[in-house]
Design a protein around this ligand. Structure first.
Ligand SMILES: O=C1CCCN[C@@H]1CCCn1cnc2ccccc2c1=O
Length: 485
C-alpha cells in the first residue's frame, strides 16, 4: 500500500515507527531495540558527520579509535560513574563453546576505555591540551520500550574526550561544542533547541557539570535531550591519575570534557517535521533534494520528455544540487509522487508535454504542497531560492510550534495543568535537589514523571520575591520542566 496507516496527530507512536520504515530510513531487526540503518538514514548521518568532523578538526581535535571491549575491573573503576548504569552494560561471557575466565563488557561509553591511556600519554604541560574524538557505536542494553533512533540498544555517535591544563580552557570548549550541537539541530535539521545546564540530579554523575541542547516533541509533549557537552572537572583525572607537571614544575591534575551527539538527532528530525504523507526532509540534509518525474502523455513525444528530465537533472547537479530522475516505466507519475513524498524529498519537478511546449517545469514543495511553474532558463536560481525557503520555513514552523507549547507557570496547580496539557514548562525553581526529587515523586504515573530538562542560559528576568512553584521557597532560576524521552 502507498499511504500511511497511522495519523501523526492520532497515533503518534505507531505513525513514527511506520514512517521510519515506509520512508526507507530503517528496517526492523530480529533483536529488540536494534535497527538496520538504510542508505536514506546513512546519507543524513554522513552529512551531519561531515559538518561536525570538519568543525572539530578546526579545533585541533584528532580522531582515534579505541577498542569496543572493556574489562570489568576497568569499567568498575569509578563507582558513581557506573552506578545506575550497570544494568545497561552488555557483557561477552563466551567464545565458541567455552566460558571466558573474565567477562568482557561492550562499551556503553568510552571514558574507562580511554582514560588509562590519557594517564600514560599525559606527562607534562606540553602534552596538553589532548583532544581526541571517536566516531563509533555504543551498546546500552536498555529495557524501556525501544524507539527507532531515539532509544536503541546500539547506536552510532561521536564521543569527544579532551584534557586541559586549566578549568578556563575546559569551560570554554564545553560551550564551543554546545554551539556546534545547536548548529546541527537548527541549521541542518531545522529543529529549534534550548541551550542550558542540567541540574545536579540530571547531570552526568561522574562529571562536574553538564550542558545540553534540549528539543521538544509537540505531539507527545515530551522534551528530548538533543546532545550533551560535559565538563568532567578533575573527577576522572583523580580516578585515573591523569596528572601533569605544570609550568611551575608542580604536579597537577588535568581538567576534562566529554561531549556527544548520536543518531538520535535523526529521530528527532522525523518526529518534528514528518506528516501524514511521510517524511519531510530539510534540504540541507536530504540526500535527494530534487526528484524529477516525467509525465508522459499517450501520444506526446515521450522521448523528448525523458530527455528534458535528464537534462534538468544534469543542470541541477552541475549547479551543486542533489537531484535525481525517476524514469521507471513500471510506475505511474501518481505512484512516484506518493513514493517520493513518503521519502520526504523537499522538491518535486514534473515535466509533461505542456511544460515542454512552454519551456517550463512544474515544481511542487514537499513541506507545504505549494505548486509553481518555473521557466527552464531560470531553474537553477529559483530552485536555490525555493530550497533555501523550505529550509527556513521548516525551522520557523517548528519554532512557532515549540513556542506555542511553552507554558510559563508559578504555582503547583498551574504546573500540573500544563503537564497534563503536554506543555514544555518554564518555572521558577529554588534549585534544591530534594525539591526536584519530590516533583518527580509527585508526578510519577503511566506517562512518566516530570523532570528538569535544563536551566536555560538565556534566563528571563526573575522578579524579587518570586517563589519556587514546588517548594514555595525563594526561586533562584527559571528552569524548563517536562516529561521526557
Ligand atoms: O554523555 C557523554 C558524552 C560522551 C562520553 N560519555 C558521556 C557520559 C556518558 C554517561 N553514561 C551513559 N550511559 C551509560 C551506560 C552504561 C554505563 C555507563 C554509562 C555512562 O557513563
Amino acid at each position: 500500500r502507498l499511504g500511511l496507516t497511522y495519523k501523526k496527530d492520532k497515533d503518534f507512536g505507531e505513525w513514527y515507527s511506520e514512517v521510519c520504515v515506509a520512508g526507507e530510513m530503517i528496517e526492523y531487526y530480529d533483536i529488540s531495540g536494534c535497527y538496520i540503518l538504510r542508505p536514506w538514514t546513512m546519507a543524513i548521518w554522513e552529512t551531519l558527520q561531515a559538518f561536525f568532523d570538519a568543525e572539530i578538526k578546526k579545533m585541533n581535535v584528532k580522531n582515534v579509535y579505541f577498542p569496543l571491549f572493556v574489562t570489568e575491573n576497568v569499567l568498575q573503576k569509578e563507582k558513581d560513574h557506573i552506578e545506575g548504569f550497570a544494568p545497561e552494560v552488555a557483557w561477552v561471557t563466551k567464545s565458541g563453546q567455552s566460558e571466558m575466565e573474565i567477562p568482557i563488557a561492550i562499551r556503553p561509553t568510552s571514558e574507562t576505555v580511554m582514560y588509562p591511556y590519557y594517564s600514560k600519554w599525559i606527562r607534562g604541560h606540553r602534552d596538553l591540551p589532548l583532544k581526541l574524538n571517536q566516531w563509533c557505536n555504543v551498546v546500552r542494553w536498555e529495557f524501556s520500550h525501544p524507539t527507532p533512533f531515539i532509544r536503541s540498544r546500539e547506536f552510532l555517535w561521536q564521543e569527544g574526550h579532551t584534557a586541559f591544563a586549566t578549568q578556563d580552557e575546559a569551560d570554554q570548549e564545553v560551550l564551543e561544542i554546545l554551539e556546534l550541537y545547536r548548529r546541527i539541530y537548527e541549521e541542518f535539521l531545522a529543529i529549534p533547541v534550548i541551550k542550558g545546564k542540567k541540574s545536579e540530579l540530571e547531570k552526568f554523575a561522574g562529571g562536574f557539570y553538564t550542558t545540553s541542547v534540549e528539543a521538544f516533541i509537540p505531539n507527545t509533549g515530551r522534551g528530548i535531550q538533543g546532545a550533551t557537552s560535559h565538563c568532567l572537572g578533575q573527577n576522572f583525572a583523580k580516578m585515573f591519575e591523569i596528572n601533569f607537571e605544570n609550568e611551575k614544575g608542580e604536579k597537577a591534575m588535568v581538567w576534562q570534557n566529554s561531549w556527544a551527539y548520536s543518531t538520535r538527532t535523526i529521530g528527532v528530525m522525523v518526529m518534528v517535521h514528518g506528516d501524514d504523507k511521510g517524511l519531510v526532509l530539510p534540504p540541507k540534509v536530504a540526500s535527494v533534494q530534487v526528484i524529477v518525474i516525467p509525465v508522459p502523455y499517450k501520444d506526446a513525444d515521450t522521448q523528448a520528455i525523458f530527455d528534458a528530465c535528464r537534462s534538468t537533472v544534469d543542470t541541477l547537479c552541475k549547479a551543486g544540487f542533489r537531484a535525481e530522475v525517476d524514469l521507471r516505466d513500471n510506475y505511474s507519475p501518481g505512484w512516484k509522487y506518493s513514493h517520493w513524498e513518503m521519502k520526504g524529498v523537499p522538491l518535486r519537478i514534473e515535466i509533461g508535454p505542456k511544460d515542454l511546449a512552454n519551456k517550463q517545469v512544474r515544481v511542487v514543495c514537499r513541506d507545504n504542497g505549494a505548486k509553481m511553474d518555473i521557466p527552464m532558463h531560470s531553474l537553477v536560481e529559483q530552485v536555490k531560492e525555493i530550497l533555501s525557503n523550505i529550509q527556513e520555513s521548516l525551522f520557523n514552523a517548528a519554532k512557532q510550534k515549540r513556542e506555542a507549547c511553552v507554558k510559563v507557570i508559578n504555582t503547583w496547580d498551574e504546573f500540573i495543568a500544563a503537564l497534563n496539557n503536554k506543555k514544555l514548562i518554564l518555572a521558577p525553581w529554588c534549585d534544591e535537589e530534594d525539591v526536584e526529587k519530590d516533583v518527580k515523586a509527585r508526578t510519577k504515573g503511566e506517562h512518566g514523571a516530570a523532570k528538569t530538562l535544563c536551566t536555560p542560559f538565556d534566563q528571563p528576568r526573575l522578579p524579587e520575591g518570586t517563589l519556587c512553584f514546588a517548594s514555595g521557597k525563594p526561586a533562584k532560576k527559571w528552569t524548563y520542566w517536562g516529561r521526557s524521552y
